[in-house]
Design a protein around this ligand. Structure first.
Ligand code: ARG
Length: 311
């Protein structure tokens, strides 16, 4: 699609504090520039080798998931998301203005057919009044505008065209359109009921998949713009208060990494912790099934809570 190696690496060149620094300009980028992507993928996803193959999608037996914190002592909220790229479109740096508009039309019309607990409304960023925008930002539903990593990756062109957010009536099921990935499908609510939250996500993904064909690679699974999200694309996270463990960040990081968890600050990626609240999630998304990725988070968080209680 005409992308160059410079398109793949420009975000890291401009942001020397990047943890990863590369994005695939289109699906083919992962094979065309495999010399740069493969070692990063192997390092990030816990040793996924160039000869390894991502397994088939398997959401698993939903009854094997639990409420992580039934007494509501530690977990403030829980979120599970996945990303999807629509097969007919390139990734951000190669998208034309017309493609953004056509993607949004397609996505919003499909979402408008959802019903039951997924029923809701699509809010396009284009023409959104300030009041609605502030409300969505304050409630932490809407993605941030002007992310410097995405900007340098040429991922914010024609903004706000093609960008928007779908919210169900309960505000527990969301779909982002045109942010980092074509689609981010998100299930979240207060507390630690991972079973309910993950089940809602699986339900939503299955409904949307009936209507849109998503880009999937035999080796890398579901394709995303950033190599950290390949494979299952699943990030299962909690906002969690760990006052004792958080006082010893080194120990927290050490236990977390033993369970393949990633610790972020209160406001997510590239932020610090405020008041001992952390955003903790599974780190690996590639080379394991959806069930295993979410289970990795469940086990790790239960373990962290156990440590916190023993301190
Ligand atoms: N490119 C950014 C970095 O290297 C983000 C990497 C992972 N996060 C993401 N949202 N894709 O730090």
């Amino acid at each position: 699609m005409g992308a160059t190696l410079l398109d793949a690496v420009s975000s890291g060149f401009e942001n020397l504090d990047s943890g990863i620094g590369v994005y695939a300009p289109d699906a083919e980028g992962y094979t065309l520039f495999r010399e740069i992507f493969d070692p990063i993928i192997e390092d990030y996803h816990g040793g996924f080798k160039p000869t390894d193959k991502h397994p088939e999608t398997d959401f698993g037996d939903l009854s094997s998931f639990v409420d992580l914190d039934p007494e509501n002592k530690y977990v403030i909220s829980t979120r599970v998301r996945c990303g999807r790229s629509i097969a007919e479109f390139p990734f951000n740096p190669c998208m034309t203005e017309e493609q953004y508009v056509s993607m949004e039309n397609q996505v919003s019309s499909i979402l408008s057919k959802l019903d039951g607990e997924l029923k809701g409304k699509y809010f396009p960023l284009t023409g959104m009044d300030k009041e609605t925008q502030d409300m969505l930002v304050d409630d932490h539903f809407l993605f941030k505008e002007g992310d410097r990593f995405l900007q340098a990756a040429n991922a914010c062109r024609f903004w706000p065209k093609g960008r928007g957010i779908y919210l169900n009536d309960e505000k527990t099921f969301l779909v982002w359109c045109g942010e980092e990935d074509h689609l981010r499908i998100i299930s979240m609510q207060k507390g630690g009921d991972l079973k309910a939250i993950y089940s809602r996500l699986v339900n939503g993904v299955r409904e949307i998949e009936k209507e849109i064909k998503f880009a999937r690679d035999d080796r890398l699974g579901w394709l995303t713009f950033c190599p950290t999200n390949l494979g299952t694309t699943i990030r299962a996270s909690v906002h969690i208060k760990l006052p004792k463990l958080g006082g010893d960040r080194k120990k927290l990081e050490e236990i977390a990494s033993r369970h393949n968890l990633q610790v972020r600050g209160t406001r997510g990626e590239h932020t610090e912790s405020e008041g001992g609240v952390y955003d903790i999630s599974n780190k690996r998304r590639l080379g394991l099934t959806e069930r295993e990725a979410v289970m990795e988070m469940q086990q790790g968080i239960l373990e962290l809570i156990k440590h916190e209680e023993s301190m």
